[in-house]
Structures are given as structure tokens and as C-alpha cells.
Write a protein that binds this ligand. Sequence first.
Ligand code: FES
Ligand code: FES
Length: 171
Amino acid sequence: MRNKQTKRGIFMSVTVTINAKPHEVADEHLEMSLLRYLREVLGLTGAKCGCDRGQCGSCNVLIDGECRRSCLFKMKKLDGKDILTVEGLADGDKLHPIQESFIVEGVMQCGFCTPGFIMTAVEILESGKLYSDDELRKLLSGHLCRCTGYENIFRAVKKTMYRRLGKEFDA
Ligand code: FES
Ligand code: FES
């Protein structure tokens, strides 16, 4: 992290990459959480605020490839970080396989929890591991969903994991 001198004093210079685009964080936003910065400054409203205290998982994003609660990180701590949000997953018009799977499996009801679940699923898929049902349920357990009962979500993630690894799906 570098310091920069302005007319108002010396400030930290914080630059983050969000969905492959660099952003220099303005001084007045350094104390904001990443979640608020995404939603209120950049207009990226995919990550949701369900609790603002690290409990519900609706705000999950990837930071340097690891799934994290964006409500818990202040912008001033994120210098040099590479952040991926749900808005950065699709390749043009082509959805990420987990997004397609969520649609095919009819996962969404109100959809509030969906972006967070998707980002956790992306981390699971990127690991390249074939998790057991118990392991997968545990990895998904950090999310609250008030609508679905979780089974369709579990099935969508499991199916995509099997497909990605070229395995037969045995649900
Ligand atoms: Fe971040 Fe709930 S809003 S965990
Ligand atoms: Fe409504 Fe999960 S679909 S909270």
C-alpha cells in the first residue's frame, strides 16, 4: 500500500481489481465495507446484505479466489486484491455453468440468497475436487435461505461438480 499526499493530507492509496477492472478507491470510501462499496459506489447489487455481520452468506464474493463475506472487509484492507462478484461470472451472453444449473434445477424462489450461494459454488467447482454429499452440505452450510429448503441448491451444485469433473451424476 502506498500513501498519497493531497491538499487535505496524507491518505492511503488503495487499488483493487473487481471483475477484471482496476479501481482506485476514493479516500471517502476507505472505511466502507466491500459490500457497501460494490452496491453503493459501483452499482453492483448482486451481492446482497442479509445481516451485515458475517452470518448469512448472501454477500459472498471471491477475494483472490477464496470465498469471503464482503460485509466483513473494509476497503482500506483490500489493496491489491482481486475480487470476483456474481456479475463477473458470465462470459458475455454465456452464463457460468453453475448459473445455468441453478436455472435448470429451478433453484430460485425469491433469489435473495442466490448470488452468495453461487459464489460459494464457484469456489467449490474451482477446487477441482469431488466432494462427498456430507462434505458438500457442510461447504454450503454457511448460507441462510428462507425459501427453498436447500435441496434444489444442493442438487444444482452437486450436478455441476460431477459434470465439470466428467463424472456420472448419481443423485
Ligand atoms: Fe454478509 Fe450476511 S450480509 S454475511
Ligand atoms: Fe429466497 Fe433463498 S431463495 S432466501
